[in-house]
Design a protein around this ligand. Structure first.
Ligand code: MN3
Length: 384
């Protein structure tokens, strides 16, 4: 039995993680659940079904009511409560399904309290990859990616030597607007942007797929996860989303992990790594399967190229890229800016940033994240 704590339980990743637990109740035991903004009845149903020892709530207003319903459960709330939740002494895996930079501190505190991290929050590595890697060593814990591309590459690398790797390739579906020209992007709507062709995901990551910022963040994530320089990390447009990640070796051979697109696969793989448990998913049919690959047009998707630029510069640059993007996507989701503004303002924000620090501390990273967001909100919208 493996103990699991889930952060972002009511988000897309969290709910699918609960599905995986339902399928393998003999293997996984839910110890902690951090529940996001959703209906109280949904919270109560989830707590009833999984009977965790500890629960974190976004807001503390109704905590007495929850406590009276579940007398054996320890409840925490708010930002500080989230850290207490993560530090809860029972050992177990910490599955971080929080979206955005607010996932960083829980990742750090989870590692410090000796928990292996199953990471869907790519921002943690993008912002503080070097710090996290040092902490993993110091506290002797593992970090396993849930991001489907990185999960695939992890699978390809099993039993292989890093020095024999020529390159890795992350596939990109191209997102909701992959077949539109730059001119056609001018007038796209929020509703159009939220229709992803292949994956069922939350709104933030669906927009990030359409701008290719998601791929950009994944390139930086891969750089930290697999200890590879940026020139060995490649991307390709693969519209079918069947191949998730590839590793090419010095001898010219390439390994790939393929499946129908379903996030429960990388979630289960992270939870049971290195085993492949049954998931009851539809398997690929090789009697009829055509796969296509195209070079990603960097003029059409300049934000992917910018990820390489900020990644190579290092220091605070990846934080600037991520923070500006989070604020801009938020403004776009509130329909305060146009889709194309995400690209132009993000590039402008990066170009205007001149206070990089080589090996920033966690405090400097968090401060920069807040400053960049504040700047974007005050210039282009109101603080929400
Ligand atoms: Mn991904």
């Amino acid at each position: 039995m493996k103990n699991i704590y889930i952060l972002g339980t009511t988000g897309t990743i969290g709910l699918q993680a609960l599905d995986v637990v339902r399928l393998h109740q003999d293997k996984f035991n839910v110890v902690g659940l951090s529940l996001g903004k959703t209906k109280e009845t949904e919270h109560i149903n989830i707590i009833r079904e999984f009977s965790p020892k500890v629960v974190h709530l976004r807001e503390g207003l109704d905590i007495k009511k929850y406590q009276s319903l579940f007398k054996d459960v320890t409840f925490y709330y708010g930002d500080e409560g989230l850290i207490e939740f993560v530090k809860y002494p029972t050992k177990g895996y910490l599955l971080n399904g929080i979206s955005g930079s607010s996932g960083l501190l829980p990742t750090i505190e989870g590692i410090k309290s000796g928990k292996d991290v199953l990471l869907a929050n790519k921002e943690s590595l993008v912002m503080a990859g070097d710090i996290i890697k040092e902490l993993l060593k110091k506290h002797q814990v593992k970090l396993i990616p849930i991001d489907s591309e990185h999960s695939a590459i992890l699978g390809c690398l099993r039993g292989e030597k890093l020095k024999e790797v020529e390159s890795i390739t992350i596939t990109a579906s191209g997102g909701s607007f992959r077949d539109l020209t730059k001119e056609e992007l001018e007038n796209v709507t929020l509703a159009d942007a939220l229709k992803h062709p292949n994956w069922q995901m939350g709104p933030k990551i669906t927009i990030d797929s359409a701008t290719m910022v998601n791929k950009g963040l994944e390139v930086i994530e891969a750089h930290h996860l697999f200890n590879l320089p940026f020139d060995k990390i490649k991307t390709t447009l693969h519209k079918e989303s069947i191949i998730h990640g590839l590793v090419t070796f010095k001898d010219g051979s390439t390994k790939a992990v393929m499946s129908n697109p379903d996030m429960r696969m990388p979630i289960l793989y992270a939870m049971s790594y290195p085993n492949h448990l049954d998931l009851g998913l539809k398997k690929l049919n090789f009697d009829s399967l055509s796969l296509t690959f195209e070079k990603i047009d960097t003029k059409r998707f300049p934000l992917l190229e910018y990820a390489y630029i900020v990644g190579k510069k290092g220091g605070l640059y990846p934080t600037v890229y991520n923070a500006a993007n989070e604020a801009l996507v938020n403004l776009f989701l509130q329909e305060k800016i146009k889709f194309v503004d995400i690209e132009t303002i993000l590039i402008k924000t990066i170009d205007e940033f001149h206070s990089n620090i080589k090996n920033p501390s966690l405090e400097e990273i968090i401060k920069t994240d807040e400053e960049i967001k504040r700047k974007v909100y005050s210039n282009y919208g109101f603080f929400n």
